[in-house]
Design a protein. Structure first.
Length: 448
């Protein structure tokens, strides 16, 4: 090709690599979420007690199963890194109203994925200082942020292999924990002070029940890096969701049934809630000097790392797509030509997450992330219904079973959960609303 022809030829923007098969997608799907088994959920016991949190967990499990069965249709039909943002943009069109709904969806997704890692980083710090009490947990969390952002920058194949390995180890450890703690299960201990705030506490416990499953939707955001997204995404979603339902139920029952709910919230002699409930439960079951106790601490850190690393990965893709489409600064939509990863998006997310971590407000950060997730679920189901109506011929390699009842169930439950949280957490709802609307307005203004 001569120089003139070369000059006329458009430059091809670097693309994301495509190394992911069904097993790696399962590893990512479970890995995004699995830290929710290790910490965070126990804070819901303060609100709902064991009965209230169990009720919230059962309702939230139905929400997530129906949502995943429905969301997989969108992911297979529109395999873009933007996930819910891309589906809303396709469903509502390029007009001003469509761009507005896409901005609202995209920024809700970014809030979920950017605010979840700081909470997990805080828990990583809490687990590590159990080994090395002299270390500062916040500094440990910041160090973890730097290390795993760098790993995500290095390459998606390396990230996914690492994610799969630590996820398998974390799943095995949870099953071992359930087996050991389950042998000491007592219904009397589980039922002690079952509703400290009455049945209303079940509504206040919803965000902590959601933490058991938060970010499973991130499987959709690696669609462009899947080898065969039209088939493999549905398999990844389904297998990951089935694994997580089993893990959530056995972990919750085994942990609380050892010594009652207070034992997995408050360390002995402390009135401050702990970020490490499973060691508290296992310490009651076998003693803190037992080898299994120390094994849980070691592998428990890997469970946190799996989610931390995985959500950092998916957050980069969510921001990348908004940058590509003009809803975020253009430099955030660039893929590094050699690494084939969204370097700029990952670094910006790292900076924001580090500031959130320094606030030291794990419970509040979890709740803000959950608000973002619930808004995403509502708007995604609306996008699904609209696309079924306006694009009936859109190729859909996978279709939501039981349509329209399954996605309708997901939509209704997401609205109920969102409404309950608005009532139970009005202050944090206002904080989320300010962040969400400010980002959405800025995003829309950039897009024009």
């Amino acid at each position: 090709m001569n120089e003139a022809a070369q000059a006329r030829s458009p430059k091809v923007a670097p693309e994301l690599a495509k190394p992911l098969g069904p097993l790696m997608l399962w590893g990512l799907g479970v890995g995004y979420v699995i830290s929710g088994m290790y910490f965070g959920w126990n804070l819901g016991l303060v609100e709902g007690g064991p009965y209230g949190l169990l009720l919230a967990l059962l309702g939230v499990t139905v929400l997530y199963v129906t949502f995943v069965l429905s969301y997989a249709e969108l992911a297979c039909a529109i395999p873009h890194a933007g996930g819910a943002f891309s589906y809303a943009l396709r469903a509502f069109g390029p007009g001003m109203g469509g761009r507005g709904l896409a901005a609202l969806t995209g920024t809700a997704q970014v809030i979920e994925f950017v605010f979840a890692p700081p909470a997990i980083a805080a828990a990583i710090g809490a687990y590590v200082v159990l080994f090395v009490p002299a270390w500062n947990p916040t500094i440990v969390g910041l160090g973890a942020y730097l290390i795993f952002t760098a790993l995500n920058i290095w390459g998606v194949r390396q990230s996914a292999i690492f994610e799969l390995a630590v996820t398998i180890a974390a799943v095995a450890e949870l099953l071992l924990f359930a087996g050991v703690a389950g042998t000491r299960f007592s219904w009397e201990a589980f039922s002690r002070n079952p509703l400290p705030n009455g049945w209303w506490g079940a509504f206040a416990a919803i965000p902590y029940a959601i933490w058991f499953y938060l970010a499973i939707e991130g499987v959709a955001n690696v669609a462009e890096e899947a080898r065969n997204p039209q088939k493999d995404l549905a398999r990844g979603f389904g297998s990951a969701m089935a694994t997580l339902v089993v893990l959530a139920l056995v972990t919750f029952l085994a942990a609380v049934g050892v010594g009652g709910w207070e034992a997995v919230v408050y360390p002995a002699g402390s009135s401050l809630a702990s970020d490490s409930p499973l060691p508290l439960a296992l310490g009651r079951a076998v003693g803190e000097g037992h080898g299994l106790y120390h094994l849980l601490l070691t592998v428990g850190v890997l469970g946190l790392v799996a989610s931390f690393h995985g959500i950092i990965l998916v957050a980069g893709r969510a921001v990348l797509e908004m940058g590509r489409r003009g809803f975020a600064p253009a430099f955030l939509g660039e893929v590094h030509p050699r690494r084939q990863t969204p370097v700029a998006a990952l670094l910006v997310n790292w900076a924001i997450g580090g500031v959130a971590l320094l606030s030291g407000r794990t419970g509040e950060i979890i709740t803000i992330s959950v608000f973002g997730a619930l808004v995403l679920y509502v708007l995604s189901m609306v996008s699904l219904f609209r696309l079924r109506r306006i694009e009936p011929s859109l190729p859909r390699p996978y279709r939501a079973p039981g349509y329209p009842w399954v996605p309708c169930t997901a939509l209704v439950l997401a609205v109920v959960c969102l409404g309950s949280m608005l009532v139970a957490q009005p202050g944090l709802a206002a904080v989320f609303g300010v962040i969400w609307l400010t980002l959405s307005f800025g995003s829309l203004k950039l897009r024009g």
